[in-house]
Design a protein around this ligand. Sequence first.
Ligand SMILES: [Mn+2]
Length: 452
Amino acid sequence: MIQKQQHSLLNKAEEACDLLRKHLESDHVVRVISHNDADGISAAGVICNAISRQKGKFHVTIVPRLKESVISRIRKEKYKLFVFCDMGSASLTELGRLKGDVIVADHHQTIDKEAKSRENMVHVNPHLHGLDGTRDVSASGVSYLISRPMNYPELAGLALVGAFGDMQCVGGMQGINKTILKDGLEAGTVEVREDLKLARMSQEPLYRAISHTFNPAIPGISADEEGSRAFLEKLGISYGVKFRELGNEEKDILKDELIKINPNVFGNVYSIPKEVPQLRNIEDYSKLVDACGKNKKHGVGLSICLGDREKSLEEAEALLERYQDNLAKGIGWIKKEGSTSLRNIQYIYTADKKRKRVMGTISSIGLELGLLDPEKPVIALSRMDNLVKISGRTTQKVTGKGVNLGSALEAASKSFGGTGGGHNIAAGAVVPYKSMENFLHLVDDIVETQTG
Ligand SMILES: [Mn+2]
Protein backbone atom coordinates (compact mmCIF):
# COMPACT_ATOMS: atom_id res chain seq x y z
CA MET A 1 0.00 0.00 0.00
CA ILE A 2 2.71 2.45 1.08
CA GLN A 3 4.69 1.32 -1.93
CA LYS A 4 1.79 2.23 -4.18
CA GLN A 5 1.35 5.65 -2.55
CA GLN A 6 5.04 6.40 -2.91
CA HIS A 7 4.88 5.42 -6.56
CA SER A 8 2.01 7.74 -7.31
CA LEU A 9 3.85 10.64 -5.60
CA LEU A 10 7.03 9.79 -7.54
CA ASN A 11 5.05 9.81 -10.78
CA LYS A 12 3.69 13.23 -9.99
CA ALA A 13 7.19 14.48 -9.17
CA GLU A 14 8.40 13.09 -12.48
CA GLU A 15 5.70 15.05 -14.25
CA ALA A 16 7.06 18.18 -12.55
CA CYS A 17 10.58 17.20 -13.59
CA ASP A 18 9.47 16.91 -17.22
CA LEU A 19 7.98 20.38 -17.06
CA LEU A 20 11.15 21.78 -15.48
CA ARG A 21 13.29 20.13 -18.15
CA LYS A 22 11.14 21.50 -20.92
CA HIS A 23 11.73 25.05 -19.67
CA LEU A 24 15.44 24.49 -19.12
CA GLU A 25 15.79 23.21 -22.67
CA SER A 26 14.21 26.45 -23.88
CA ASP A 27 16.71 28.41 -21.77
CA HIS A 28 14.03 29.96 -19.55
CA VAL A 29 15.12 31.45 -16.25
CA VAL A 30 13.25 29.52 -13.54
CA ARG A 31 11.54 31.64 -10.89
CA VAL A 32 11.79 29.93 -7.48
CA ILE A 33 9.85 31.15 -4.44
CA SER A 34 10.34 29.42 -1.12
CA HIS A 35 9.78 29.61 2.61
CA ASN A 36 12.19 31.21 5.12
CA ASP A 37 12.85 28.24 7.43
CA ALA A 38 15.49 25.51 7.16
CA ASP A 39 13.17 23.32 5.12
CA GLY A 40 12.16 26.07 2.70
CA ILE A 41 15.71 27.31 2.21
CA SER A 42 17.09 23.82 1.61
CA ALA A 43 14.15 23.04 -0.71
CA ALA A 44 15.09 26.04 -2.85
CA GLY A 45 18.70 24.84 -2.59
CA VAL A 46 17.83 21.40 -3.97
CA ILE A 47 15.88 22.79 -6.94
CA CYS A 48 18.51 25.44 -7.75
CA ASN A 49 21.36 22.93 -7.52
CA ALA A 50 19.52 20.69 -9.96
CA ILE A 51 18.93 23.64 -12.30
CA SER A 52 22.61 24.62 -12.14
CA ARG A 53 23.72 21.09 -12.91
CA GLN A 54 21.48 21.23 -15.97
CA LYS A 55 23.28 24.45 -16.91
CA GLY A 56 20.10 26.42 -16.35
CA LYS A 57 19.44 29.74 -14.61
CA PHE A 58 17.20 30.64 -11.70
CA HIS A 59 15.99 33.61 -9.71
CA VAL A 60 15.09 32.83 -6.07
CA THR A 61 13.15 34.76 -3.46
CA ILE A 62 12.64 33.54 0.09
CA VAL A 63 9.49 34.79 1.85
CA PRO A 64 7.96 34.23 5.31
CA ARG A 65 4.48 33.56 3.90
CA LEU A 66 2.76 33.42 0.55
CA LYS A 67 0.75 36.54 1.25
CA GLU A 68 -1.60 38.19 -1.21
CA SER A 69 0.95 40.98 -1.69
CA VAL A 70 3.64 38.46 -2.62
CA ILE A 71 1.38 36.78 -5.15
CA SER A 72 0.34 40.05 -6.72
CA ARG A 73 3.98 41.06 -7.06
CA ILE A 74 4.82 37.76 -8.74
CA ARG A 75 1.82 38.12 -11.01
CA LYS A 76 3.55 41.04 -12.73
CA GLU A 77 6.65 38.99 -13.49
CA LYS A 78 7.21 37.63 -16.97
CA TYR A 79 8.86 34.30 -16.15
CA LYS A 80 7.74 31.22 -18.04
CA LEU A 81 8.07 28.82 -15.07
CA PHE A 82 7.40 29.46 -11.38
CA VAL A 83 8.39 26.91 -8.73
CA PHE A 84 6.91 27.28 -5.24
CA CYS A 85 8.58 25.28 -2.47
CA ASP A 86 7.25 24.60 1.05
CA MET A 87 4.15 26.65 0.22
CA GLY A 88 1.54 27.04 -2.47
CA SER A 89 -0.84 24.15 -1.84
CA ALA A 90 -3.21 26.47 0.00
CA SER A 91 -3.19 29.04 -2.82
CA LEU A 92 -3.67 26.95 -5.97
CA THR A 93 -6.45 29.14 -7.34
CA GLU A 94 -4.31 32.29 -7.26
CA LEU A 95 -1.19 30.51 -8.51
CA GLY A 96 -3.18 29.06 -11.40
CA ARG A 97 -3.74 32.61 -12.61
CA LEU A 98 -0.04 33.26 -13.13
CA LYS A 99 0.90 33.70 -16.77
CA GLY A 100 3.63 31.07 -16.81
CA ASP A 101 3.67 27.39 -15.90
CA VAL A 102 3.69 26.51 -12.20
CA ILE A 103 5.20 23.75 -10.08
CA VAL A 104 4.09 23.54 -6.45
CA ALA A 105 6.40 21.47 -4.22
CA ASP A 106 4.65 21.54 -0.86
CA HIS A 107 4.02 19.16 2.04
CA HIS A 108 1.48 21.07 4.10
CA GLN A 109 -1.91 19.65 4.84
CA THR A 110 -3.97 22.71 3.95
CA ILE A 111 -4.89 22.29 0.33
CA ASP A 112 -7.00 24.68 -1.74
CA LYS A 113 -9.74 22.23 -2.69
CA GLU A 114 -11.73 24.79 -4.69
CA ALA A 115 -8.99 25.02 -7.30
CA LYS A 116 -9.65 23.32 -10.61
CA SER A 117 -6.78 21.30 -12.01
CA ARG A 118 -5.04 23.36 -14.62
CA GLU A 119 -2.94 22.48 -17.57
CA ASN A 120 -0.21 24.93 -16.63
CA MET A 121 0.29 23.55 -13.12
CA VAL A 122 1.86 20.46 -11.54
CA HIS A 123 1.04 20.17 -7.84
CA VAL A 124 3.28 17.82 -5.86
CA ASN A 125 2.16 17.19 -2.27
CA PRO A 126 2.38 13.91 -0.29
CA HIS A 127 -1.07 14.46 1.21
CA LEU A 128 -2.63 14.01 -2.25
CA HIS A 129 -1.22 10.49 -2.30
CA GLY A 130 -2.20 9.32 1.16
CA LEU A 131 1.24 10.07 2.63
CA ASP A 132 1.95 12.07 5.77
CA GLY A 133 3.58 15.40 5.06
CA THR A 134 4.39 15.99 8.71
CA ARG A 135 6.55 12.86 9.05
CA ASP A 136 7.14 11.18 5.67
CA VAL A 137 8.68 14.01 3.66
CA SER A 138 9.48 17.71 3.89
CA ALA A 139 9.54 20.32 1.14
CA SER A 140 13.26 19.77 0.52
CA GLY A 141 12.37 16.10 0.05
CA VAL A 142 9.56 16.91 -2.38
CA SER A 143 11.97 19.15 -4.32
CA TYR A 144 14.46 16.31 -4.36
CA LEU A 145 11.81 13.98 -5.79
CA ILE A 146 11.26 16.46 -8.60
CA SER A 147 15.00 16.45 -9.39
CA ARG A 148 15.30 12.68 -8.86
CA PRO A 149 14.76 11.64 -12.52
CA MET A 150 17.81 13.82 -13.35
CA ASN A 151 19.79 11.52 -11.07
CA TYR A 152 21.64 13.72 -8.58
CA PRO A 153 22.00 11.46 -5.54
CA GLU A 154 24.53 13.95 -4.16
CA LEU A 155 21.52 16.14 -3.33
CA ALA A 156 20.00 13.49 -1.02
CA GLY A 157 21.81 14.94 2.01
CA LEU A 158 20.47 18.43 1.33
CA ALA A 159 17.02 16.90 0.86
CA LEU A 160 17.26 15.58 4.43
CA VAL A 161 18.41 18.93 5.85
CA GLY A 162 14.81 20.15 5.55
CA ALA A 163 13.44 16.98 7.12
CA PHE A 164 15.61 17.67 10.18
CA GLY A 165 14.56 21.32 10.13
CA ASP A 166 10.89 20.30 10.25
CA MET A 167 11.62 17.81 13.07
CA GLN A 168 10.66 14.84 10.91
CA CYS A 169 13.57 12.67 11.98
CA VAL A 170 12.94 12.49 15.72
CA GLY A 171 12.79 8.78 16.46
CA GLY A 172 14.03 7.71 13.03
CA MET A 173 13.12 8.33 9.43
CA GLN A 174 10.06 6.99 7.72
CA GLY A 175 8.27 7.09 4.37
CA ILE A 176 9.81 9.09 1.56
CA ASN A 177 12.56 10.35 3.88
CA LYS A 178 13.71 6.75 4.12
CA THR A 179 13.61 6.41 0.32
CA ILE A 180 15.78 9.53 0.01
CA LEU A 181 18.15 8.21 2.66
CA LYS A 182 18.44 4.97 0.68
CA ASP A 183 19.34 6.90 -2.49
CA GLY A 184 22.09 8.68 -0.57
CA LEU A 185 23.39 5.54 1.15
CA GLU A 186 23.53 3.62 -2.13
CA ALA A 187 25.43 6.41 -3.85
CA GLY A 188 27.68 6.95 -0.84
CA THR A 189 26.61 10.58 -0.57
CA VAL A 190 24.96 10.04 2.83
CA GLU A 191 26.19 7.94 5.73
CA VAL A 192 24.55 6.75 8.90
CA ARG A 193 26.28 5.47 12.02
CA GLU A 194 25.52 5.13 15.70
CA ASP A 195 27.10 7.84 17.78
CA LEU A 196 26.50 10.46 20.42
CA LYS A 197 24.05 13.09 19.19
CA LEU A 198 25.75 16.20 20.49
CA ALA A 199 25.37 19.60 18.85
CA ARG A 200 28.29 20.64 16.64
CA MET A 201 30.46 18.06 18.29
CA SER A 202 33.33 18.39 15.80
CA GLN A 203 33.56 22.20 16.09
CA GLU A 204 32.86 23.10 19.67
CA PRO A 205 34.78 22.36 22.83
CA LEU A 206 33.06 19.52 24.65
CA TYR A 207 31.37 21.53 27.38
CA ARG A 208 29.74 23.76 24.77
CA ALA A 209 28.73 20.89 22.50
CA ILE A 210 27.05 19.16 25.42
CA SER A 211 25.41 22.24 26.90
CA HIS A 212 24.11 23.25 23.46
CA THR A 213 22.45 19.90 22.95
CA PHE A 214 18.72 20.47 23.40
CA ASN A 215 17.41 17.66 21.30
CA PRO A 216 17.49 15.38 23.16
CA ALA A 217 17.58 17.51 26.28
CA ILE A 218 20.07 16.48 28.96
CA PRO A 219 18.80 17.60 32.37
CA GLY A 220 21.40 19.46 34.42
CA ILE A 221 23.60 19.95 31.37
CA SER A 222 21.59 21.32 28.42
CA ALA A 223 21.69 25.12 28.44
CA ASP A 224 23.95 25.05 31.48
CA GLU A 225 27.62 25.59 30.67
CA GLU A 226 28.60 25.42 34.31
CA GLY A 227 26.68 22.20 34.84
CA SER A 228 28.27 20.82 31.71
CA ARG A 229 31.78 21.70 32.88
CA ALA A 230 31.17 20.21 36.32
CA PHE A 231 29.82 17.02 34.73
CA LEU A 232 32.96 16.62 32.60
CA GLU A 233 35.29 17.43 35.47
CA LYS A 234 33.65 14.78 37.61
CA LEU A 235 34.40 12.25 34.86
CA GLY A 236 37.99 13.45 34.71
CA ILE A 237 37.58 14.67 31.13
CA SER A 238 39.00 18.08 30.27
CA TYR A 239 36.08 20.22 29.19
CA GLY A 240 37.90 22.43 26.70
CA VAL A 241 38.90 19.73 24.22
CA LYS A 242 36.90 18.63 21.22
CA PHE A 243 35.22 15.25 21.14
CA ARG A 244 37.55 13.84 18.48
CA GLU A 245 40.55 14.69 20.64
CA LEU A 246 39.39 12.30 23.37
CA GLY A 247 40.93 8.89 23.79
CA ASN A 248 38.71 5.89 23.10
CA GLU A 249 38.36 5.12 26.77
CA GLU A 250 37.29 8.67 27.54
CA LYS A 251 34.78 8.55 24.70
CA ASP A 252 33.27 5.39 26.15
CA ILE A 253 33.04 6.85 29.65
CA LEU A 254 31.38 9.99 28.33
CA LYS A 255 28.94 7.97 26.25
CA ASP A 256 27.97 5.70 29.16
CA GLU A 257 27.46 8.61 31.55
CA LEU A 258 25.38 10.64 29.11
CA ILE A 259 23.22 7.62 28.26
CA LYS A 260 22.52 7.21 31.98
CA ILE A 261 21.00 10.71 31.97
CA ASN A 262 19.11 10.39 28.68
CA PRO A 263 19.39 7.23 26.56
CA ASN A 264 18.22 9.16 23.47
CA VAL A 265 21.56 10.95 23.38
CA PHE A 266 23.00 7.93 21.57
CA GLY A 267 21.60 6.80 18.24
CA ASN A 268 21.71 7.14 14.48
CA VAL A 269 23.70 10.10 13.22
CA TYR A 270 23.30 11.04 9.56
CA SER A 271 26.09 12.70 7.65
CA ILE A 272 27.29 13.88 4.26
CA PRO A 273 30.81 12.40 4.18
CA LYS A 274 32.16 14.76 1.50
CA GLU A 275 31.08 17.92 3.35
CA VAL A 276 33.27 20.31 5.33
CA PRO A 277 33.26 19.42 9.07
CA GLN A 278 30.75 22.16 9.98
CA LEU A 279 28.12 20.75 7.61
CA ARG A 280 28.99 17.06 7.67
CA ASN A 281 26.39 16.19 10.30
CA ILE A 282 23.03 16.77 8.59
CA GLU A 283 21.37 17.93 11.80
CA ASP A 284 24.12 20.53 12.32
CA TYR A 285 23.68 21.60 8.70
CA SER A 286 19.99 22.15 9.29
CA LYS A 287 20.66 24.17 12.46
CA LEU A 288 23.02 26.48 10.60
CA VAL A 289 20.50 27.09 7.83
CA ASP A 290 17.75 27.54 10.41
CA ALA A 291 19.82 30.15 12.25
CA CYS A 292 20.10 32.10 8.98
CA GLY A 293 16.35 31.94 8.49
CA LYS A 294 15.60 33.05 12.05
CA ASN A 295 17.89 36.06 11.63
CA LYS A 296 16.37 37.03 8.27
CA LYS A 297 19.63 36.18 6.50
CA HIS A 298 18.00 33.87 3.97
CA GLY A 299 20.57 34.72 1.35
CA VAL A 300 23.32 33.42 3.61
CA GLY A 301 21.48 30.14 4.19
CA LEU A 302 20.74 29.74 0.53
CA SER A 303 24.37 30.46 -0.43
CA ILE A 304 25.46 27.64 1.85
CA CYS A 305 22.98 25.27 0.21
CA LEU A 306 24.35 26.38 -3.16
CA GLY A 307 27.93 25.64 -2.18
CA ASP A 308 29.53 28.67 -0.48
CA ARG A 309 31.84 27.18 2.11
CA GLU A 310 33.60 30.40 3.05
CA LYS A 311 32.01 33.71 3.92
CA SER A 312 28.41 32.51 4.24
CA LEU A 313 29.39 29.56 6.36
CA GLU A 314 31.34 31.77 8.72
CA GLU A 315 28.42 34.15 9.00
CA ALA A 316 25.98 31.31 9.67
CA GLU A 317 28.21 29.90 12.40
CA ALA A 318 28.27 33.26 14.14
CA LEU A 319 24.46 33.52 13.88
CA LEU A 320 23.99 30.03 15.27
CA GLU A 321 26.31 30.69 18.17
CA ARG A 322 24.40 33.84 19.03
CA TYR A 323 21.10 32.03 18.76
CA GLN A 324 22.25 29.19 20.99
CA ASP A 325 23.53 31.62 23.60
CA ASN A 326 20.18 33.38 23.49
CA LEU A 327 18.41 30.04 23.97
CA ALA A 328 20.67 29.15 26.88
CA LYS A 329 19.95 32.52 28.49
CA GLY A 330 16.22 32.01 27.99
CA ILE A 331 16.36 28.59 29.61
CA GLY A 332 18.42 30.02 32.47
CA TRP A 333 15.64 32.59 32.91
CA ILE A 334 12.99 29.85 33.09
CA LYS A 335 15.10 27.99 35.60
CA LYS A 336 15.31 31.07 37.78
CA GLU A 337 11.81 32.50 37.39
CA GLY A 338 9.73 29.40 36.66
CA SER A 339 6.18 29.73 35.41
CA THR A 340 2.90 30.92 36.92
CA SER A 341 0.37 28.15 37.31
CA LEU A 342 -3.37 28.33 36.75
CA ARG A 343 -5.56 25.26 37.33
CA ASN A 344 -4.86 23.53 34.03
CA ILE A 345 -2.12 25.54 32.34
CA GLN A 346 1.03 27.43 33.24
CA TYR A 347 2.33 30.60 31.61
CA ILE A 348 5.51 32.61 31.18
CA TYR A 349 5.57 36.25 30.12
CA THR A 350 8.26 38.54 28.72
CA ALA A 351 8.74 41.93 27.16
CA ASP A 352 12.48 41.37 26.64
CA LYS A 353 13.34 41.88 22.98
CA LYS A 354 15.79 39.01 22.60
CA ARG A 355 13.88 36.56 24.76
CA LYS A 356 10.70 37.11 22.75
CA ARG A 357 12.33 35.40 19.81
CA VAL A 358 12.83 32.09 21.59
CA MET A 359 9.78 31.83 23.87
CA GLY A 360 8.22 28.85 22.07
CA THR A 361 11.49 26.95 21.85
CA ILE A 362 12.48 27.52 25.48
CA SER A 363 9.00 26.38 26.53
CA SER A 364 9.51 23.05 24.77
CA ILE A 365 13.01 22.63 26.14
CA GLY A 366 11.87 23.70 29.62
CA LEU A 367 9.25 20.94 29.54
CA GLU A 368 11.78 18.38 28.37
CA LEU A 369 14.31 19.37 30.99
CA GLY A 370 11.69 19.18 33.72
CA LEU A 371 12.09 22.89 34.55
CA LEU A 372 8.39 23.34 33.82
CA ASP A 373 5.53 21.11 34.99
CA PRO A 374 5.17 18.50 32.22
CA GLU A 375 1.53 17.89 33.19
CA LYS A 376 0.37 21.40 32.22
CA PRO A 377 0.55 23.07 28.80
CA VAL A 378 2.85 26.10 28.69
CA ILE A 379 1.45 29.35 27.35
CA ALA A 380 4.35 31.66 26.48
CA LEU A 381 3.41 35.32 26.17
CA SER A 382 5.52 37.96 24.41
CA ARG A 383 4.48 41.57 24.57
CA MET A 384 4.52 43.41 21.22
CA ASP A 385 3.27 46.96 21.86
CA ASN A 386 -0.54 46.67 22.01
CA LEU A 387 -0.53 42.98 21.23
CA VAL A 388 0.68 39.79 22.86
CA LYS A 389 2.14 37.04 20.78
CA ILE A 390 1.41 33.61 22.21
CA SER A 391 3.14 30.28 21.76
CA GLY A 392 1.55 27.22 23.30
CA ARG A 393 3.58 24.06 23.89
CA THR A 394 2.81 20.77 25.56
CA THR A 395 3.83 17.12 25.62
CA GLN A 396 2.54 14.02 23.89
CA LYS A 397 1.39 12.70 27.24
CA VAL A 398 -0.90 15.71 27.70
CA THR A 399 -2.29 15.65 24.15
CA GLY A 400 -2.97 11.97 24.83
CA LYS A 401 -5.40 13.11 27.50
CA GLY A 402 -7.34 15.13 24.93
CA VAL A 403 -5.64 18.51 25.07
CA ASN A 404 -5.52 20.28 21.71
CA LEU A 405 -3.66 23.58 21.93
CA GLY A 406 -4.41 24.42 18.29
CA SER A 407 -8.16 24.50 18.82
CA ALA A 408 -7.84 26.00 22.33
CA LEU A 409 -5.78 28.95 21.12
CA GLU A 410 -7.94 29.39 18.04
CA ALA A 411 -11.18 29.55 20.04
CA ALA A 412 -9.78 31.68 22.87
CA SER A 413 -8.07 34.22 20.59
CA LYS A 414 -11.22 34.61 18.48
CA SER A 415 -13.17 35.59 21.60
CA PHE A 416 -10.88 38.60 22.00
CA GLY A 417 -10.67 39.60 18.38
CA GLY A 418 -7.33 37.88 17.84
CA THR A 419 -6.21 35.00 15.65
CA GLY A 420 -4.66 31.65 16.44
CA GLY A 421 -4.35 27.96 15.66
CA GLY A 422 -1.87 25.20 14.99
CA HIS A 423 -1.27 21.62 16.06
CA ASN A 424 -2.45 19.85 19.20
CA ILE A 425 1.08 19.88 20.68
CA ALA A 426 2.29 23.30 19.46
CA ALA A 427 0.19 26.31 18.53
CA GLY A 428 0.26 30.08 18.35
CA ALA A 429 -1.99 33.10 18.66
CA VAL A 430 -2.05 36.89 18.82
CA VAL A 431 -4.46 38.85 21.05
CA PRO A 432 -4.71 42.46 22.26
CA TYR A 433 -2.48 43.06 25.29
CA LYS A 434 -5.37 44.38 27.35
CA SER A 435 -7.15 40.99 27.01
CA MET A 436 -4.17 38.94 28.13
CA GLU A 437 -5.48 38.05 31.61
CA ASN A 438 -8.93 37.09 30.35
CA PHE A 439 -7.43 35.18 27.48
CA LEU A 440 -5.32 33.08 29.87
CA HIS A 441 -8.34 32.24 31.99
CA LEU A 442 -10.35 31.28 28.94
CA VAL A 443 -7.56 28.98 27.71
CA ASP A 444 -7.44 27.48 31.20
CA ASP A 445 -11.18 26.76 31.00
CA ILE A 446 -10.99 25.34 27.49
CA VAL A 447 -8.15 22.98 28.43
CA GLU A 448 -10.26 21.82 31.40
CA THR A 449 -13.16 21.01 29.06
CA GLN A 450 -10.83 19.20 26.67
CA THR A 451 -9.60 16.84 29.35
CA GLY A 452 -13.20 16.27 30.45
MN1 LIG B 1 8.43 22.55 5.54
